[in-house]
Design a protein around this ligand. Structure first.
Ligand SMILES: NC(=O)C1=CN([C@@H]2O[C@H](COP(=O)(O)OP(=O)(O)OC[C@H]3O[C@@H](n4cnc5c(N)ncnc54)[C@H](OP(=O)(O)O)[C@@H]3O)[C@@H](O)[C@H]2O)C=CC1
Ligand SMILES: CC(C)(CO)C(=O)C(=O)O
Length: 315
């Protein structure tokens, strides 16, 4: 299997870097200063075992990729960047190419399926940081990530099993799972913390804000009749595989704000807001977080700088 990693940032950098290190054929699709840094000096991957410099091939355009029957796309751009990525993939990748959403949220897979019949979903449990061009940081001090995979909307097949096998060879945990979207909905609940981390200064109100976002989301998902794996099943799967390294990392949404590269919040907290509107369930706290993150992106204010108590008082 050959892999095109479309979006070589935090997640794509760690996944692509470790697949390449395992001797698997990888091409990164990147852009701007990040692409130039990788092409000039290799991808710098900060791991608990030391700093790796990996000469991973990197291109700017998918037209530069040599497409073969065994090429798989791992799509690891942010949710708001998916449409543009698919536009260029659909222009050059053969229609039967398997395309895997290695992304948070639950809105990427249906968009991929409109363009590519062989759509797969990965439940991404892989903390990573990308703030400096050319350089990505593995956030877990132990196993780099848990990347269970299934076919979208449900099922598993030989391709899912083969991708899981390659990911395991690269050091990840990965199992094929027929109900992968139920796991991704559980992750969506975890990711309601992303907007809080991106908007609110760390403090005593964080827990209360998250509890209120979560309660809204659980009501919404129940009203919509959506299957979600239990928190207990998720904890059991994670066990103690993913550990924090020396420093706690900020969420991927915080990182986007810090890099000034747009925000995914409409597909995280905003997914709950959308479902709430569709099923007539109020979601005021998720909506306020969504608006706060957009406001920071628009004004360029410091990420994570709002006062939590004031935010709660303003609801
Ligand atoms: N970071 C984390 O810890 C985790 C992230 N996730 C999820 O994984 C997904 C990816 O997140 P993450 O890795 O953090 O995102 P990043 O922003 O770090 O990486 C995405 C990369 O894709 C690039 N990109 C976007 N569009 C294009 C394009 N058209 N051509 C070339 N390059 C492009 C971006 O460039 P540019 O910067 O110029 O926009 C960026 O370098 C998201 O859904 C996120 O929620 C899941 C678990 C953990
Ligand atoms: C690693 C984690 C859970 C942190 O919120 C994440 O998924 C993200 O940053 O997007």
């Amino acid at each position: 299997m050959r892999y095109v990693i479309f979006g070589a940032g935090a997640v794509g950098g760690v996944v692509g870097g470790l697949l390449h290190k395992a001797g698997i054929d990888v091409t990164l699709v990147a852009r701007g200063e990040h692409l130039r840094a990788i092409q000039d000096a290799g991808l710098s991957l900060d791991t608990p075992d030391g700093l790796l410099t990996l000469a991973v091939p990197a291109v700017e355009e998918v037209s530069e990729v040599k497409w073969t029957d065994d090429t798989v796309v791992l799509l690891s751009v942010k949710g708001q960047q998916t449409e543009t990525a698919l536009e260029s993939l659909a222009a050059y990748a053969p229609a039967e190419t398997p395309v895997v959403a290695v992304q948070n949220g639950v809105a990427n897979e249906p968009r991929i399926l409109r363009r590519f019949a062989r759509t797969y979903a990965i439940h991404v449990v892989l903390p990573a940081t990308f703030l400096t061009p050319g350089s990505v940081v593995q956030g877990s001090g132990n196993t780099p990530g848990i990347l269970d995979i299934g076919r979208f909307p449900t099922g598993v097949d030989e391709t899912a099993a083969a991708i899981a096998g390659d990911l395991v060879d690269a050091g990840f945990l990965s199992e094929p799972r027929a109900d992968i979207m139920a796991w991704k909905y559980r992750k969506l609940l975890n990711n309601l913390g992303n907007g809080i981390n991106a908007a609110i200064a760390p403090g005593p109100s964080d827990g209360e804000i998250y509890r209120r976002c979560l309660a809204e989301a659980e009501t919404v998902l129940a009203a919509a009749g959506i299957s979600v794996v239990s928190a207990e099943e998720d904890r059991t799967r994670r066990a103690d595989h993913i550990t924090e390294r020396d420093r706690p990392s900020n969420s991927s949404t915080w990182q986007s704000l810090a890099r000034g590269s747009g925000v995914e919040i409409d597909y995280l907290s905003g997914e709950i807001v959308l479902l709430g509107r569709l099923h007539d369930v109020p979601t005021p706290v998720n909506e306020a977080i969504q608006r706060a993150v957009h406001e920071i992106a628009r004004t360029g204010a410091e990420p994570g700088s709002l006062d939590g108590a004031e935010f709660l008082a303003g609801l």
